[in-house]
Design a protein around this ligand. Structure first.
Ligand SMILES: Cc1cc2nc3c(=O)[nH]c(=O)nc-3n(C[C@H](O)[C@H](O)[C@H](O)COP(=O)(O)OP(=O)(O)OC[C@H]3O[C@@H](n4cnc5c(N)ncnc54)[C@H](O)[C@@H]3O)c2cc1C
Length: 267
């Protein structure tokens, strides 16, 4: 290794949100840091495009109110946000029938959006880094341990680091980055599961009917009423009036059906 290659306290691989946060914290702490990003932009899966004064999110889009760190980041970066519109009726369309209108919106929980798109999180973080910290368009190809340091080879340079943070999905890192010594077998195995289970729900007799459901959709009012003179009750996430399609909807529908049954038994 030529002694001239620069040495950093930390090299971060990847400038998605995770890598940018790590880079920003260490940069602020006064460490000598470098962040390599393969693409020519920051943000990774948080990517937005601008159409006149509108920002369209093509990856991450929403944040929810039980996510304090995203909210804190929004505040720190001074980003504008707005609530996702969920008021009004939902339209339900099957393959066979024209769209039908459902009262209210039984699926979506209240969420927030970023005025300048989700990529504004990444752009805001990147803007706070010291000049020269970020290397765009420079994928890391290999990480090798040499003389107590990590030699980092990217497409454009070779640097050394005391520590490296891999802010890339592990399975991708195992595929794209050469490790010397090689990744431990258990780490490689964890990154690449040996078995992938795939289920074709479209062929599941006890989940999907052979014909597309033609009426209703989530939370239809007809399924709130029992049949059989009050003796046959509906449950399942499909009939939930809120969070339909989610586990939360399934739990609510089960509770609702039990309450209805219990009430009818007593009356
Ligand atoms: C379509 C879609 C919709 C989503 N919607 C939401 C949502 O509404 N709300 C939400 O909270 N989350 C959402 N997510 C998930 C969210 O986008 C991710 O959880 C988050 O952005 C992941 O950030 P990360 O930094 O961990 O990874 P990434 O964003 O994947 O960042 C990894 C970075 O590493 C770079 N990289 C890869 N290989 C190398 C290499 N060899 N050298 C250097 N750099 C490399 C990549 O280019 C990338 O920039 C969505 C994701 C997708 C794809």
């Amino acid at each position: 290794m030529p002694t001239a290659s620069p040495i950093y306290d930390v090299v971060v691989v990847g400038a998605g949100i995770s890598g940018l946060i790590a880079t920003q914290l260490l940069d602020r702490a006064g460490l000598n840091i470098k962040c390599f990003e393969a693409r020519s932009r920051v943000g990774g899966r948080a990517v937005s495009v601008q159409q006149s004064d509108l920002f369209l999110d093509l990856g991450a889009t929403w944040f929810w109110h039980n996510e304090p760190l995203v909210q804190q980041l929004v505040n720190n970066l001074g980003l504008g946000t707005f609530p996702q519109a969920i008021e009004g009726d939902a339209l339900f369309e099957t393959l066979v029938d024209a769209p039908s209108r459902l009262r209210g919106n039984p699926i979506d929980a209240a969420s927030g959006r970023f005025q300048a798109g989700a990529s504004s999180l990444a752009l805001g973080l990147a803007a706070q880094l010291k000049p020269g910290v970020l290397e765009l368009g420079d994928p890391v190809h290999s990480l090798s341990e040499e003389d107590g340091e990590i030699v980092v080879k990217s497409s454009k340079q070779i640097v050394r680091a005391k520590h490296v943070i891999i802010a890339v999905p592990p399975a991708l890192a195992a595929e794209l980055i050469g490790f010397t010594p090689d990744l431990p077998a258990d780490v490689r195995k964890a990154a690449h599961p040996q078995h992938i289970a795939v289920m074709n729900w479209a062929k599941e007799k006890y989940t999907l009917p052979t014909q597309a459901a033609s009426a209703g959709g989530f939370g239809h009012e007809l399924f709130q009423q029992p049949l059989g003179h009050g003796k046959i009750h509906w449950a399942s996430t499909e009939v939930a009036t809120e969070f339909g399609g989610h586990l939360e909807g399934a739990v609510r529908a089960g509770i609702q059906a039990a309450l209805q049954t219990g009430f009818n038994l007593k009356s």
